[in-house]
Design a protein around this ligand. Structure first.
Ligand SMILES: [Zn+2]
Length: 213
């Protein structure tokens, strides 16, 4: 049995309109998500791999990097993936007051609106660090926070073979949101091994659905 962290458990009790921890639990559905990009080297490689396997994903982008690599954001959207907001400069939110936190969110909202006009994007706070005041501000504004239900641990500098083996030993369940990162080549190495097997097993790799109106 894979243990869910306490935070995910508590957030999962909130309405999904406010905080998403799981995607729709359709049979075989798995929601890939990548934080901290776009990255000029790793994001294109990952997009190639996803394309080869007919997989879609959600990319939680850092505003500063969106400004720097707009063509990559265009490609992400053009290839049918979802984009989300992962702050402007990736600070530790607990060190900022609420106004500064909202500035980080709103600045990146404005940047992403140039690429995706489907409405305010989901927001995933850096390191998942969420204060009660930010949670309430999102509730008041009708905005959505996006977490994850399965942490790939791809930011821990472990060998990719070890991380892939862990995912094989404890396969994601239907509707799991898998946390990965596209600022290193680790996720692509893990997925190069797992995507063929997942496809063979009939799994469907999806982007998170748009926030319900
Ligand atoms: Zn991050």
């Amino acid at each position: 049995m894979r243990q869910r962290p306490m935070r995910q458990h508590l957030l999962g009790l909130l309405p999904e309109r406010l905080v998403l921890v799981h995607g729709p639990r359709d049979p075989g559905a798995l929601y890939l998500s990548f934080d901290d990009g776009p990255h000029p080297e790793h994001t294109p490689r990952l997009l190639d791999l996803l394309g080869e396997h007919g997989a879609r994903a959600s990319f939680f982008l850092v505003g500063q990097r969106v400004e720097r690599y707009p063509a990559l954001v265009e490609r992400i959207v053009a290839e049918g993936h979802a984009v989300g907001n992962h702050s402007y400069s990736h600070p530790l939110f607990r060190q900022l007051d609420l106004r500064a936190q909202l500035d980080e969110v709103e600045r990146t909202d404005r940047l992403l609106a140039d690429f995706d006009r489907s409405g305010p994007p989901r927001f995933r706070p850096p390191r998942g660090d969420l204060s009660l005041s930010l949670l309430l501000a999102f509730a008041r504004r009708g905005r959505n926070l996006a977490y994850w239900s399965y942490d790939s641990l791809d930011y821990q500098s472990r060998p990719s073979a070890e991380l892939a083996a862990r995912l094989e030993r404890h396969p994601p369940e239907d509707g799991d949101v898998l946390l990965m990162h596209d600022d290193s080549d680790c996720a692509a190495q893990v997925l190069a091994r797992l995507l063929p097997a997942w496809r063979g097993a009939g799994r469907s790799l999806r982007a998170l659905p748009p926030v319900a109106a």
